[in-house]
Design a protein around this ligand. Structure first.
Ligand code: CUA
Length: 292
């Protein structure tokens, strides 16, 4: 397009200059010359050639536009992300479910479909993609690609209530083979409790209100209000990136979540210190075996 346009521009400038010179000569008393091919020239160059160039350009652009649009929409993987007040749920095509740590294969284009369970949120990973809103009753989509493996911090970018600023997440870009292993492990049911304390913890978890809101695949707990905890211990933080996942933080959280993240949907739990210890031991044992 550039070279053809440059040639047309040069031709027009030359013809314009020539016309100016001729006009001056006429004022100086030259006889007006008859140009026998004048009308035909205007018809051919002004209409024929111009139309051919424009139509040709248009057809070429349509082809390029179609292939560009296709190139932007192919993806090696599709992840469904749902925004909740105030955490992120991620579902993978093989049944893996996780929260707040969205793993993707590095160097590959990933399609993310976006839904909201309550109000408008906005998924934003500044290093990877522009903000896209998660709107109730509507499906949005975006494509991300991390060129290098790494940990990319993301943030809800649409005010969604009291803990909007604590609606953090991480996109973890793994080398593709590590990612495949991760996704397969994430889809597996929760590991069995490692010892008697953890087994007691599972019993309490299932008997108390916990199981009403959280799912642990492979057990009777199948709540969907809170994050899926099947492989909780593989995540570095909880409460949507707000707290590091440690035994003491988790203990405080289970007893009084409102003190650590005011406004959060999770209610306090009336458990004895022994019971909390068991539940924490159970939850912190929910990883992959063997660990990745
Ligand atoms: Cu979700 Cu702000």
């Amino acid at each position: 397009m550039l070279w053809v346009s440059a040639a047309v521009f040069a031709f027009v400038v030359v013809m314009g200059g020539w016309g100016l010179l001729r006009g001056r000569r006429r004022r100086e008393g030259d006889l007006q010359r008859i140009v026998p091919w004048g009308d035909r020239f205007i018809l051919i160059a002004g209409l024929g050639v111009t139309a051919a160039i424009l139509v040709g350009f248009f057809l070429l652009s349509v082809r390029s536009m179609a292939s560009l649009a296709r190139a932007g929409k192919t993806a090696s993987l599709e992840i469904s992300v749902t925004g909740h007040d105030w955490w992120w749920e991620a579902r993978y095509p093989n049944g893996a479910v996780t929260a707040n740590e969205i793993h993707i294969p590095a160097g590959q284009r990933v399609r993310i479909t976006l839904q909201s369970a309550d109000v408008i949120h906005s998924l934003w990973v500044p290093q990877l993609a522009p903000k896209i809103d998660l709107i109730p009753g509507r499906n949005n989509e975006m494509w991300v690609r991390a060129d290098k493996p790494g940990f990319y911090r993301g943030q809800c970018a649409e005010y969604c209530g009291l803990q909007h600023a604590h609606m953090i997440f991480f996109v973890v870009a793994d080398p593709p083979d590590v990612f495949r292993t991760w996704m397969t492990a994430m889809a597996a049911p929760a590991p069995a409790p490692v010892d008697a304390l953890a087994a007691r913890g599972r019993e309490i978890f299932l008997a108390q209100t916990c199981a009403g809101c959280h799912a642990i695949r492979g057990t009777a707990a199948s709540g969907t209000l809170g994050p899926d905890l099947t492989h909780l211990a593989t995540r570095g933080t909880f409460a949507a990136g707000t707290w590091p996942l440690t035994a003491s933080n988790l203990t405080e959280w289970i007893l009084d979540p409102q003190a650590m993240k005011p406004g959060v949907t999770m209610p306090p739990t009336a458990l004895s210190p022994e019971e909390v210890r068991a539940v924490v031991a159970y939850l912190l044992g929910l990883g992959f075996t063997p660990a990745l």
